[in-house]
Design a binder for this molecule. Sequence first.
Ligand code: PMV
Length: 342
Amino acid sequence: MTTSSAPGKVYLFGEHAVVYGEPAVPCAIERRARVTVRERADDQLRVRANDLTLDGFTVTWGGEAADRPDVDVPTHLVEAAIGYVEGAIDQAMDAADVDEAGFDVVIESEIPLGAGLGSSAAVVVACIDAGTRELGVELPREEIADRAYRVEHAVQDGQASRADTYCSTMGGAVRVQGDDCRRLADVPNLPFVVGYDGGAGDTGQLVAGVRSLREEYDFAADTITSIGNIVRRGEEALRNDDLAEVGRLMDFNHGLLSALGVSGRSLDAMVWAAREADALGAKLTGAGGGGCVVALDRTEQTHTALQYTLGCEEAFRAELDDEGVRVEDDTEDLDGDMDDSA
Ligand code: PMV
């Protein structure tokens, strides 16, 4: 058996606009998804997930659509979770040139699902790494990132950028524009504070909403171009170590995302709490709707303010994670018995 882990991320700048070819700067954070893969004697795929949203959720299926499990969490999250794991395992088998195999997969994640912190990308990246290693193959990071992107792209109906999967694989702060992905060098220390409202957004639906707005209204197309301009200014501010300017640009970026209709009451409340606590800047991160905001603050003020903000369920400091995907373990036995699963 093999365990690999990969980090979640926050978007410093550029979500949604990145779908239309503008650049984005996601940053990996030290919150990880750990995926353990063990080859089975049969060709079944069994998955157990313990994370903040799908706590205790266990599914067993043989790859047939009719075998979809009956569990008490929103269906789209379960279907997406199954799709991600199934896709990652398919990629691992393809990379290892294996036609038939079965696996027990255990997911332990510190990253809330669907909350804009890249939980699905982290699970897919870690699962491809653990799955291929379990089959005796070690892939270069570029290939893991590329295969993980293909999984997200398929599960999200062709609406995913490479940002999440590349960032989770490589770690650090990265720049993604279309197929051009690279790590940013010499990024200053970014004092991230994350606020989480306990909810989730439906990425596919939110991306589709922005797409139709962009088709119907010139302002929306212009807003997406403006977000691209903010990202480029943000990169310059990062190069100059100018965190005050980075924060200002985050504020502008949030305003533009609101104009595109992807913020929400709790996200706005947390952004305003951060601003009133003198954060350098604050914005939603990821697809929006619900989930997380990210603020920059060297002091404790924003963290404290968020803890007292109505609608904020959890607030935490997040360090930049330089490492990306890594193998954790390839010896110990799986934690718990998969045979009594639902
Ligand atoms: O909420 P997340 O972590 O799935 O991020 C979505 C980011 C989008 O730009 C809205 C879509 C994408 O694939 O880039």
